[in-house]
Design a protein around this ligand. Structure first.
Ligand SMILES: Cc1ncc(COP(=O)(O)O)c(C=O)c1O
Length: 362
């Protein structure tokens, strides 16, 4: 197909985050930028949700499900894969609860390098598994959990010419900190509270780094309080010790020994925030509220910060009017099984008007 001369080959309304925040990213003119136009996700004001949670709150949803592979992982992956290619790597590897592997597989395909992913068998959402497979990654399911998978991946990447692309890779954090920049750029300030799910704890680490950098550069005049939420059955930071057999329906945060544990605690303590836990029931209620009251469909783990804010609000935590940003880390379509389980079932009728009008009640 021949395009008319004035027709752009790429979207000019959206640029990748490395280009958007180049001055804050560890890249040079020589770095090959591997991008799928990630970042620049919407910050959606959620007044109906806030009305149901607390009259004191203005709530914004950072809808990270609108990244190219449907989760925030693309922010870190554009950096990690770009640097891996710059350094001559021919293969990358990660352990994953699903979203990291989907993102690593897509960006590796785009870069033309190999990707190996280790996932816990039976505990990753269908959409995520399909992504790793279709992008051509070597997908290995282990009969164990995420923490065991990560230990195995670290042994391989420490000893063989394969680049680790879990969030222990510092370039992942560099890319992910851009989420904080976008929030501040959209609001013109930092929010009072930044609410986020905590699994392996890379994202809370990254957001806090981003806020601190923007503050140091004078782009914002104050810092938010970081409030992180783990699932009750997978809450090592809340309990203060690793959980050998983590359990939760929010499979993305089913992690018992977070790699970035210390830096998550630093984000919590330096910001004057907290890390708390929410039950699976609370997560699923928040998940349904987001979908039914705001039209925003996220995966269960992403509803954890909304569940957490709701829990804190009902305990009287928010005494003053405050702005809260909840990061919705992944798209609801990642886990269609959960949505189908939670929603009312379709009604089946014969293909005639009488039957239709009867169920419509007109
Ligand atoms: C949708 C979703 N939310 C939250 C998390 C937790 O992020 P982190 O491991 O950086 O704490 C993950 C990690 O896989 C995720 O996929």
């Amino acid at each position: 197909m021949v395009l008319p001369e004035n027709m752009p080959m790429v979207s000019h309304t959206r640029i990748g985050l490395i280009e958007r925040y180049r001055e804050f990213m560890p890249v040079t003119e020589k770095t090959p930028i591997i991008s799928l136009m990630e970042g620049s996700t919407p910050l959606i004001r959620a007044d109906r949700l806030a009305g149901a949670i607390s009259p004191n709150l203005t709530i914004y949803l950072k809808y990270e499900g609108l990244n190219p592979t449907g989760s925030f992982k693309d922010r870190g992956m554009t950096m990690a894969i770009s640097k891996a290619v710059e350094e001559g790597s021919k293969a990358v590897m990660c352990a994953s609860t699903g979203n990291t592997s989907a993102s690593a597989a897509a960006y590796s395909a785009r870069a033309g390098i190999d990707c190996i992913v280790l996932i816990p068998k039976g505990n990753i959402a269908l959409g995520k598994l399909s992504q790793s497979m279709i992008h051509g990654a070597k997908v290995i399911q282990i009969e164990g959990n995420f923490d065991e998978a990560l230990t195995m991946v670290r042994k391989v990447t420490d000893n063989y010419p394969v680049t680790l692309v879990n969030s222990l890779n510092p370039y992942r954090i560099e890319g992910q900190k851009s989420g904080a920049f976008e929030i501040c750029d959209a609001l013109g300030t930092a929010p009072d509270f930044h609410a986020i799910p905590v699994g392996n704890a890379g994202n809370i680490t990254a957001y806090w780094k981003g806020y601190k950098e923007y503050f140091a550069h004078g782009k914002i005049k104050r810092l938010p309080k970081m409030i992180g939420f783990q699932a009750a059955g997978s809450a090592p930071i809340v309990h203060g010790h690793p959980i050998a057999q983590p359990e939760t329906i929010a499979t993305a945060i089913r992690i018992g020994n977070p790699a970035s544990w210390k830096s998550a605690e630093a984000a919590r303590d330096e910001s004057g925030g907290l890390i708390d836990m929410v039950t699976d029931e609370e997560i699923l209620e928040a998940y349904k509220m987001l979908a039914s009251m705001e039209g925003v469909f996220c995966e269960p783990a992403s509803a954890a910060p909304v569940a957490g804010v709701r829990k804190l609000a009902s305990a009287g935590f928010f005494k003053e009017p405050a702005t809260v940003v909840c990061v919705l880390t992944g798209h609801g379509l990642k886990d269609p099984d959960m949505a189908i389980k939670m929603a009312s079932k379709p009604i089946t009728v014969p293909a005639n008007m009488d039957a239709l009008m009867k169920v419509l009640g007109y």
